[in-house]
Design a protein around this ligand. Structure first.
Ligand SMILES: [Zn+2]
Length: 208
């Protein structure tokens, strides 16, 4: 059974049996986004196929459709990555930019949420303009990203690496990386303004 609350970070690696026997068979192609032709033609990019765990994919499609009704178009930069793809990414950064950069920017195989199928990186298009969701130089993010962060929990997602929590998550602020945990836990994390690490800590201490 899929563990929607699995904690994966620099200290917690995905078990290989779990990865091979549970995660991999649960991965499906994310439903291509309807009515996005114009966007992709405008930006001359192709929507590449992305993959996620089945329920995560369904919930993301719901989130995406809802956002579209509100005038915000969501794209996916990265979904499920295999251990092999993950290691390639890490080694690429390592070779090109050295260990410090690699460790800040990627994780080794099995240590990334992208290996769970429960996490993805999103992009934002607004009114057919490329919005992006990257952090601006002054540390701010676009208003659509803020709005997105405020509705994620309704669809069972959390912002996994919030601003100012680097000392806990050991990851820099990533306004684009979202993780599926289910509606109940997502709501709890959102309302209590805690990280997923802190949620697990509270649970382990018997406080939840
Ligand atoms: Zn990510």
């Amino acid at each position: 059974m899929i563990d929607y609350l699995i904690l994966v970070n620099r200290e917690n690696k995905i078990n290989e049996d779990y990865y091979n026997n549970i995660i991999k068979p649960s991965i499906i192609e994310v439903e291509p986004f309807k009515n996005n032709d114009l966007i992709y033609r405008t930006f001359k990019i192709e929507e590449k196929k992305t993959y996620l765990e089945k329920l995560t994919s369904e919930k993301f499609t719901k989130l995406r459709n809802y956002a579209k009704e509100e005038g915000v178009i969501l794209g996916i930069t990265s979904g499920f990555l295999t251990f092999e793809q993950q290691q390639y990414k890490y080694d690429y950064f390592l070779e090109r930019h050295g260990r410090e950069f690699a460790e800040k920017s990627a994780c080794m195989a099995g240590y990334s949420e992208h290996n769970t199928g429960l996490a993805l990186d999103v992009d934002i298009f607004k009114n057919l303009k490329w919005g992006g969701i990257a952090v601006q130089e002054d540390g701010s993010i676009i208003s659509e990203a803020k709005w997105l962060h405020s509705i994620l929990h309704k669809f069972g997602f959390i912002l996994r690496y919030p601003k100012g929590t680097e000392h806990i998550t050991k990851m820099k602020f990533e306004p684009w990386h979202i993780r599926y945990v289910g509606e109940t836990v997502a709501k709890y994390i959102y309302e209590n303004k805690i990280t997923f690490e802190e949620y697990h800590q509270q649970k382990n201490n018997g406080n939840i």
